[in-house]
Design a protein around this ligand. Structure first.
Ligand code: BGP
Length: 472
């Protein structure tokens, strides 16, 4: 890309992405009920606790609940046109199945959305981001139960009605295809994974798919002009060798990942999924009404992209890599982050093309970024982080987004994960930092919570100001 040209279209949405449980804190303020995150002090690494424990960094997180105005002002300083955040379901319905919503919770997001509007920032709102109300996990086993569809419907009708005119872009479930991998985190399913049948896992997935399509229908009815997207983990899968058996292994992995967005964009289960259910004795409860609801397809497809993986049919070569939730076989050609997530900017162009070719729906990259250990230093008396590694990572990924746009792919926007340091989802650490803004909080909970601009802060502001022309 030269400095005078940019493939990014006018109106491209630039911003950053977060989730309530990773930033808000105030876990028991404002009438909020507990969510599953309040009993997951170590992320997905170890079993849940009975009740919130002091070692859970999410209880206070980065205190966005009280500091949202300061944080949104910093996002505005970088020139954001969009800010992705989630509504904590348990702020609105503390138990998830309450008859009436919690007014204090509703009022909090009013304040947040008003603050965004003040700065001309569009909120992009995830309705459910790994934070199912705990009571729904304990009483109903989360999304295994069909009752969750009706409870989710009550919740989305409430927030659609309340934030009418304030929110245009909605996402139904964060990384919905992760439910098969992390049932508690993703589906609020209390039964430990090793005791959960495959049938129950797919039934939970089915209930979420129906709820997602129902939310899309309701948004279109209640909020003309609104746009609803599904949200999936995008993880391109490469064959480890040219052996056709590896190509088939790739196809199977792709099917498991892409089934969710196939249903969201086509309105019905694809043939390969039906075959899988048939051949694995998975008899799902799918009603005629479910089938009708599923025909309410999404307006756009959004996704997180952190890494690609390999796949092989040869068990001897199956060396599992680390990575975002689902992982896969390690690619011997790629470097990795300090947490073992392999870095592959080209994979982002590959996946954008794959998704566009497959669904012909506008695409929105709603998570992408580098989790790294940062060191706060002083330059000319100002505290900052010299995070050239993060700048390099993001530059290279955004160049590939530009390439995909030049390939003809329709991309609506890009929200980095995350614009500000927050508590990690998988490891529940603060030290796995993603932000352009450093937050003074450490893994042991110490720190002032002060915010500092990193070097990447100015770099991203330039990218946005030039609509991508400053990328190199
Ligand atoms: C995605 C989640 C986010 C976020 C991100 C980075 O899977 O949607 O919530 O946390 O990954 O992962 P981590 O925080 O584990 O580094």
């Amino acid at each position: 890309m030269t400095s005078s040209t940019t493939p990014f279209p006018d109106g491209f949405l630039w911003g950053g992405a977060t989730a309530a449980n990773q930033i808000e804190g105030a876990y028991d303020e404002g009438g909020k009920g507990l969510s599953i995150q309040d009993v997951m002090p170590h992320g997905i690494a170890s079993p849940r606790t009975d009740r919130p424990t002091p070692d859970n960094l999410k209880l206070e997180a980065i205190d966005f609940y009280h500091r949202y105005a300061e944080d949104i002002a910093l996002f505005a300083e970088m020139g954001f046109s969009v800010f992705r955040l989630s509504i904590a379901w348990s702020r609105i319905f503390p138990n998830g199945d309450d008859a009436e919503p919690n007014e204090e919770g509703l009022a909090f997001y009013d304040r947040v959305f008003d603050e965004c509007a003040k700065h001309g920032i569009e909120p992009l709102v995830t309705l459910s981001h790994y934070e199912t109300p705990l009571h729904l996990a304990e009483k109903y086993d989360g999304w295994v139960s069909r009752e969750l569809i009706g409870l989710y419907e009550r919740y989305v009708r409430t927030v659609f009605d309340r934030y009418r005119g304030k929110v245009t872009y909605w996402l139904t479930f964060n990384e919905i295809n992760s439910v098969l991998h992390e049932p508690l985190l993703s589906g609020g399913i209390n039964t430990p994974k090793d005791q959960l049948s495959e049938r129950d896992m797919f039934q939970a997935a089915h209930h979420e798919l129906v709820a997602s399509a129902l939310a899309t229908r309701i948004a279109h009815e209640m909020l003309p002009g609104s746009q609803v997207g599904c949200m999936v983990i995008a993880m391109p899968v490469y064959p480890l060798t040219p052996d056709p058996a590896d190509a088939l292994a790739v196809m199977a992995a792709d099917h498991a990942n892409l089934m969710f967005s196939d249903v969201h964009t086509r309105g019905a289960y694809p043939g390969y999924a039906l075959r899988y259910f048939r051949e694995h004795g998975i008899e799902l409860d799918i009603t005629d009404e479910d089938r009708e609801i599923l025909t309410n397809t999404v307006d756009f497809v959004s996704f997180s992209y952190y890494m690609s993986v390999c796949e092989t049919a040869d068990p001897a070569k199956k060396v599992a890599g680390e990575g975002n939730i689902m992982g896969g076989v390690r690619n011997p050609t790629l470097p990795a982050s300090e947490w073992g997530w392999q870095i592959d900017p080209v994979g982002l162009r590959v996946v954008l093309n794959q998704f566009w070719d497959r669904w012909q729906k506008p695409l929105f990259i709603v998570e992408n970024g580098l989790g790294a250990k940062d060191e706060l230093v002083e330059v000319d008396g100002v505290k900052t982080v010299l995070d050239d590694y993060r700048i390099g990572y993001m530059n290279d990924h955004l160049v590939q987004v530009g390439e995909a746009i030049a390939d003809g792919v329709q991309v609506m926007g890009y929200t980095s994960w995350a614009p500000i340091d927050l508590v990690s989802a998988s490891t529940a650490q603060m030290s796995k930092r993603y932000g352009f803004i450093y937050v003074d909080r450490n893994d042991d909970g110490s720190g002032t919570l002060e915010r500092y601009r990193k070097k990447s802060f100015g770099w991203y502001a330039d990218v946005i100001r030039t609509n991508g022309a400053s990328l190199s």
